[in-house]
Design a protein. Structure first.
Length: 263
């Protein structure tokens, strides 16, 4: 639990110019969960609801400078990583966090919902070998878990065990792409299925970011991993239910803040 009156959460990820995913989604999720959000931006994307048209990597030395600035002054009660893009960025983040231990949610963002590649091939091994062991929990969706383990057709329980075997202390496989509407938590000992209400809304852009950011915020507030995973599942489901399907021509952004209702 934080000594600060307001829990402080850090997101280490890419910027989405369309505002639906990445840093922007994380900050909204932190705010919705009652946390103060800070950022270390690792890449800028030219992105909207239709797709990603360009990516500019932030130099690793500036990524480290952002991390140092946040940790040295504001402090961090929990952190999450999202899109990290390159091996150099992964190594930089892992080197820093190895010396600054905080509850860490690693969301292994590999491909955007539009299909754009957001993690270079050479970065996957670095992500698994360097960052997974530092994580409190890793939160792939089913497709990401299958890509990481190079296996398909497994149950969520077996798939979560395969991801855990890669070095992740705990795993939550989110069920948005699964046949059954459940998230699956495996902490190395117990399997827990978390029911998730599925909504038929054409606005799921940023759902994964919202889930992992909410999970980090819950950990910052001192919740147990299972409690945090349940809170994250509920927040992501609600954000899709409230999704802004009228925004853009593609898959609309989720809305964790209830903007339409507030208006």
């Amino acid at each position: 639990m934080t000594d600060s009156p307001v829990p402080r959460c850090l997101t280490i990820a890419g910027s989405d110019s369309g505002g639906g995913a990445g840093i922007q989604a994380d900050l909204k999720a932190f705010a919705a969960a009652g946390c103060y959000g800070t950022t270390a931006i690792v890449a800028l994307t030219a992105q909207n609801t239709v797709g990603v048209t360009d990516v500019l990597e932030v130099p690793p030395e500036l990524v480290r400078a952002q991390l140092e600035a946040v940790f040295s002054d504001i402090g961090v009660d929990a952190a999450k990583s999202g899109m990290l893009f390159s091996a150099a960025v992964v190594e930089t983040v892992a080197d820093f966090l190895a010396d600054h231990s905080v509850p860490l949610v690693v969301d292994p963002v590999m491909v955007a919902s539009s299909g754009a590649r957001l993690l270079r091939d050479d970065a996957v091994e670095a992500l698994v070998t360097r960052l997974f062991p530092l994580a409190t929990v890793v939160t792939p969706n089913v497709l990401e878990a299958q890509a990481l383990t190079a296996v398909t057709g497994l149950s969520l329980s077996l798939l979560s065990e395969r991801v855990h075997a890669l070095g992740a202390p705990a795993v939550v496989i989110t069920g948005g792409h699964a046949d059954r509407s459940v998230d699956h938590l495996f902490d190395g000992r117990e399997h827990v299925e978390i029911p998730v209400e599925r909504h038929d809304v054409a606005a799921t852009h940023g759902a994964g970011c919202t889930h992992s950011a909410t999970l980090a915020a819950a950990l910052a507030r001192g919740l147990s991993l299972e409690e945090a995973a349940r809170a994250a599942a509920a927040a992501a489901s609600r954000a899709v239910e409230q999704g802004l399907d009228e925004i853009g021509a593609g898959d609309g952004p989720v809305d964790v803040l209830g903007i339409r209702a507030a208006g």
